[in-house]
Design a protein around this ligand. Sequence first.
Ligand code: RB5
Length: 147
Amino acid sequence: MIISIGSDHAGFEQKELLIGYLLERGHDVIDRGPENDDRVDYPDYAALVAQDVANGAADRGVLVCGTGIGMALAADKVPGIRAANIITPQFALLCREHNDANVITLSGRFVEPAVNCEILEIFLTTEFGGGRHAGRVEKIMELDSLV
Ligand code: RB5
């Protein structure tokens, strides 16, 4: 898969680790930055990764900030994006099976790297369940056109 990834300063260290993990697993990675842990604004990086997913340059997106919350709020503003802030492996499974999430946002400050790697693996390998969930996801996407 092609994975677009970005962070802010609080997520930078784990972003670098996760890039290594993704490359080891054979994925192609688009690193949208930042290049170091200097203080930055997370919406700037959420926008870059979300646009990569929305326009098809990447199959999935990964964003890391202190909590993952700000990244999810920002990425979900981009039409076509279903970003979920995930801090447990079980929720990683459910955000794919039930919500067809195409971007995952992670906590660099409150979740250990090994857990984030497990979350990421589940996010990338779990199929959308479809069925009763399909119409609900369609309804989410219809909200993109509301003003
Ligand atoms: C930065 O201090 C912090 O606010 C940011 O990384 C993130 O947690 C926001 O949701």
